[in-house]
Design a protein around this ligand. Structure first.
Ligand code: ZN
Length: 322
């Protein structure tokens, strides 16, 4: 039977992880990957990934926390069926990778499962702790977004009937009206708004202690990225923005956003905090920002950690790159 299934080449992007989007609609191919003895599976319990200790899958000895990859027979012994796993893609050794999503109550029904999946952590704290390799964090982010989307799209938005997973979990189809649904990323803009040698930091009510960040907000339907930067900055700070440049982007799987990092040039300088989203806004120069990045600011103001695009934009500005 094997020879009837065509062999497809991997297409890799810079993440060194091939999503195989060009072949995952081939049901026979996906099912062959699931049954492959080389297939590996990661497990989420109540949206938290199961982790192992030791060097990461990427071989980065400095990372102390890594994804635990299970074999199909290990999972079968724990009462899990591999056909329920979602396809993530192929790793650099062309091993197919899959993700399972389980509920805590189901895991806790069996002592074997409970102890096999005991070591877990919240993705946000993993990202902030910095103890996991960027490759593993990125894999967890992709898997979590896919798993979350499948869990929250169980019914058809058009006729209300049940949907079924297709393409390894990258599409869902309504069994009744055949409508197709695809996973999506919600775009958000995050911007360094500059006035010559200064930029804006703001403090939202939910931020703890002396934590501040740059301005961010969702792109609304029918709106361009540039206009979202201008509108959000105006709504939150009262500052008018002229020229907008795209800098970089970052997937932000909480649960499925893509952060679009921009620089916006301010046309005005007086703050007006009228939408109550920000408690405080201030202009910060390079010297002050350098102290914040080093956690040495006299007012103990802290900025987002290195994993975030906000940190990258602030660092680039401090280094004179923006
Ligand atoms: Zn339907």
């Amino acid at each position: 039977m094997d020879h009837l299934i065509p062999h497809y080449p991997s297409i890799r992007t810079s993440t060194a992880f091939a999503r195989m989007g060009h072949v995952r609609s081939d049901k026979g191919w996906v099912s062959k990957q699931r049954q492959s003895p080389r297939a590996v599976f990661m497990v989420f319990v109540d949206s938290e990934p199961v982790l192992s200790h030791g060097s990461s899958a990427a071989g980065d000895a400095t990372s102390r926390v890594a994804i635990e990859w299970f074999q199909a027979d290990e999972l079968e012994a724990l009462g899990l069926e591999s056909h329920e796993a979602f396809f993530l893609g192929n790793d650099t050794d062309d091993r197919p990778r899959f993700a399972f999503s389980l509920y805590g109550w189901f895991v806790n029904k069996s002592e074997l499962r409970r102890s096999a999946f005991e070591n877990r952590a919240n993705l946000r704290s993993l990202a902030i702790d910095g103890e996991m390799s960027p490759e593993d964090l990125s894999t967890i982010g992709q898997a979590k977004a896919l798993v979350h989307w499948n869990e929250t799209h169980q019914c058809c938005g058009k006729c209300g009937a049940k949907t079924k997973p297709r393409d390894g979990g990258w599409r869902r189809q309504c069994w009744s009206c055949q409508q197709n649904y695809f996973p999506r990323s919600d775009p958000a803009v995050i911007m360094l708004v500059t006035d010559g040698s200064r930029f804006i930091l703001g403090k939202e009510e939910r931020f703890q202690n002396r934590f501040m960040s740059i301005i961010a907000g969702f792109v609304e339907p029918g709106e361009s990225i540039e206009n979202a930067v201008r509108r959000e900055t105006m709504e939150e700070t009262g500052i008018e923005v002229g020229n907008v440049q795209y800098v970089a982007s970052q997937p932000w799987p909480f649960p499925h956003n893509i952060m679009i990092g921009c620089r916006g040039e301010a046309l005005t300088t007086e703050f007006q905090l009228h939408d109550s989203e920000l408690m405080e806004a201030r202009w910060v120069d390079r010297e002050e920002a350098k102290l914040m990045l080093a956690d040495k600011h006299p007012e103990e103001i802290r900025v987002p950690p290195p994993i975030s695009i906000a940190h990258m934009l602030i660092s680039q500005f401090v280094d004179g790159l923006l």
